[in-house]
Ligand binder design. Structure first.
Ligand code: FPP
Length: 253
């Protein structure tokens, strides 16, 4: 699609309900500018803010941002502490933005290794925004899809042993009750920036039927226009699917 094509910022009929974003490329973006990696992460936060505002304007139902994976704990200590204090500042800075925009904020992941102060701020943000009825924003932090499934299985076994449920009657839908994101619409679309073409442990269970869009753009360079183009292409591909069905019906008639 030509980048000069004007895309209106409005809700479209086939708009995805739930989008997950793997925000990748902050480090390379900073390196290209001869700066430290944290500079790229700071630019990444500004981009995430822009995207949340866009999501609110197009009335997206749910947005999940992958901010820190279980595997990211193996990064250099200095980068981890820089990221943790950036997350803390971000929560503080954007609380009123989320409140003003009626955003309901939640986290997914294992908070046990997060700094106590960050953990507390995340909990406060969840609590303050819990009654909001607009965009459901989830920050996947210290999150891993495999770990989430294992955790779900452990809770399931507990419930089975306590006779809360009967494991033999388990279905896909009833197992989802043991996983993160259980109260969100199905994950329709995943976007990963920076040219890497893998899921990196992001929403493994929930991505079973998701469309996946990979873009070469580094996260801090990801513009609203590109996001809207991806949404437009998503809704067109949904419509094409309908047309193919009609064609097949005509041929078979
Ligand atoms: C990937 O870049 C990004 C991360 C590890 C997570 C940090 C993300 C942000 C700071 C953006 C948004 C944050 C919030 C709180 C909404 P990378 O370091 O893997 O980049 P590289 O692959 O180029 O090295």
């Amino acid at each position: 699609m030509s980048s000069s094509q004007n895309i209106y910022l409005e809700k479209t009929p086939n708009q995805p309900k739930h989008i997950g974003i793997i925000m990748d490329g902050n480090g390379r973006w900073a390196k290209l500018r001869g700066k430290r990696r944290i500079f790229g992460h700071e630019a990444g936060v500004l981009k995430a803010r822009e995207l949340v505002e866009t999501a609110v304007r197009i009335e997206l139902e749910a947005l999940t941002l992958y901010a820190f994976s279980s595997e990211n704990w193996s990064r250099p200590k200095k980068e981890i502490s820089g990221l943790m204090s950036l997350f803390e500042k971000t929560i503080e800075k954007y609380t009123s933005l989320l409140i003003d925009n009626n955003v309901r904020f939640k986290t997914a992941g294992d908070p046990s290794m997060l700094p106590k102060i960050l953990k507390r701020k995340l909990e406060q943000m969840e609590s303050i925004t819990s009654e909001n009825t607009g965009l459901k924003l989830t920050l996947a932090i210290a999150y891993g899809g495999q770990q989430d499934i294992i955790n779900g299985i452990k809770c399931l076994i507990d419930d089975h042993e306590n006779q809360v449920i009967d494991i033999n009657t388990m279905t896909v839908e009833s197992f989802e009750e043991y996983l993160s994101f259980k109260d969100l619409p199905k994950l329709d679309l995943i976007i990963r920036t920076s040219g890497e073409t893998r899921l990196s442990n992001f929403m493994l269970w929930q991505s079973a039927y998701s469309e996946i869009h990979f873009t070469e753009t580094l996260w801090p360079n990801f513009e609203e226009q590109e996001f809207l183009e991806i949404l437009q292409s998503y809704s067109q591909s949904e419509r094409r699917f309908g047309n193919i069905d009609e064609d097949i019906e005509l041929k078979e008639a």
